[in-house]
Design a protein. Structure first.
Ligand code: SAH
Length: 399
């Protein structure tokens, strides 16, 4: 009732939206209460300012419905002094847990499953892990939902591989949520801020989910990277592939390729695609994905992208690659990688970035070394948060 009242008050006050009750403590949504059209305007302006020395930002591609887009939901579990079990997120810059029941940017089924795990943990008397003492079993729950497929993976992150009452727990969870397609136990026995540990074992189903993206099927394992906003990922990839303007004859490199999504979407427009990715689980998924989709002109290598490119530049040299797609993590790329791109001299580089600051830094390097940024587009992959994705086309200057 109270929530409803305050919401009405907000609406009357003006265009401000209802604000999430834990937004201050959680800190993920910098744009809580800001109308969506203003959010995208601000993000476009921010990217345009950073990229101004290099190229024009043609626009920002936003969402029609900017809610419940997160297909991956992570909840950390904690036990309060009075014995209440809570699940949610870490307070900004701390290890205190903020209780979150439901979040407006997360998939609602995933949130409901996390609430059920919390209830079952109580009835099954599962000890909640205590970060200070290292005692207790249940640390985190991760839920991944296939946006198109509806398949759901639940990862229980435990401090110990032995879970008393495991079979009954699984049965009870499936009874509440028959839509779950796989449950995995991941063992994290270290005092670390990393969520997932090394060891994992499916206790129900295949241990991964599949989803479709740009008409292709992708298998996604617990530790593989997969873009968290599926609808906008399709928008992003379509733009990236359009900017590359492939004619079917090109040898294409997909660097930092994850489970091979961009490369596989590009493969039907190219002669050959080579993918490189550091995470072995993601490479395994990528190879399986090529098979599932019958894509024969793609090959994946597990390596550091920089090291791989240095080798390729030394062995194959100028002209070996026609187009490079690169999609590095937030830290951006490195000189080993970019200097090798310069040596291989592809005609085009399509840079996909989740951090416009490191993108701007890397564009400065490319500019100094014979590449001109032609155009960029911002894509709002993360409504309500301060994050923004950018795709930028670079072209090799005639020499
Ligand atoms: N293009 C993919 C993944 C992008 S995320 C997609 O759109 O889904 C960035 C990826 O870079 C992650 O999969 C991460 O594992 C990988 N990565 C991080 N550092 C790397 C490095 N040094 N060399 C190669 N890959 C790296």
């Amino acid at each position: 009732m109270e929530g409803k009242k305050s919401k009405e008050k907000e609406v009357k006050k003006g265009p401000k939206l209802a604000v999430c009750p834990v937004t201050k403590k959680c800190g993920s949504c910098a744009y809580q209460g800001v109308p969506y059209n203003e959010q995208v305007k601000k993000k476009k302006k921010e990217v345009a300012k950073l990229l101004k020395p290099y190229c024009e930002v043609k626009g920002i591609l936003g969402m029609e419905n900017p809610y419940e887009y997160r297909n991956k939901v992570h909840a950390v579990f904690a036990r309060l002094k009075n014995g209440t079990i809570i699940s949610g997120t870490y307070e900004a810059n701390s290890h205190r847990v903020v209780a979150v029941d439901s979040c407006m940017i997360e998939n609602q089924k995933a949130d409901a499953i996390i609430r059920s795990v919390r209830e079952l943990a109580k009835s099954f008397k599962i000890k909640i892990y205590d970060e200070d003492t290292g005692y207790g079993l249940l640390r985190h729950v991760l839920v991944r939902v296939g946006h198109h497929s509806g398949q759901i993976m639940v990862v229980l992150v435990l401090s110990n591989p032995v879970m008393p009452g495991k079979n009954n727990f699984v049965k009870a969870l499936l009874k509440l949520h028959p839509e779950i397609t796989t449950i995995v136990v991941n063992v994290n026995d270290k005092k670390t801020s990393m969520v997932l540990g090394d060891k994992e074992k499916p206790i129900y189903g295949k241990g991964y989910i599949e989803d479709t993206l740009c008409g292709l099927t992708f298998r996604i394992s617990p530790k593989s990277f997969y873009q968290i906003n599926t609808e906008q990922t399709e928008v992003l990839y379509k733009k990236a592939i359009k900017l590359a303007d492939l004619k079917g004859k090109e040898r294409v490199l997909d660097a930092y390729c994850g489970i091979g999504t961009i490369g596989m979407a590009a493969a039907k427009h190219a002669k050959e695609v080579i993918g490189v990715e550091l995470n072995p689980d993601a490479v395994k998924d990528a190879r399986a994905n090529a098979k599932i989709n019958g894509v024969k002109n793609i090959q994946f290598y597990q390596n550091d992208a920089g090291k791989f490119m240095v080798q390729m530049a030394a062995q194959e040299g100028k002209g070996a690659i026609d187009v490079v797609f690169m999609d590095p993590p937030r830290a951006g790329s490195d000189e080993a990688f970019m200097s090798s791109v310069v040596k291989l001299a592809p005609k085009k580089v399509v840079y996909v970035s989740c951090n416009p600051e490191t993108l701007a830094r890397d564009l400065a390097y490319f500019k100094k070394n014979g590449y001109e940024a032609k155009e960029a587009w911002a894509v709002d992959m993360f409504p309500f948060t301060s994050h923004v994705e950018t795709v930028c086309l670079l072209s090799r200057k005639a020499q």
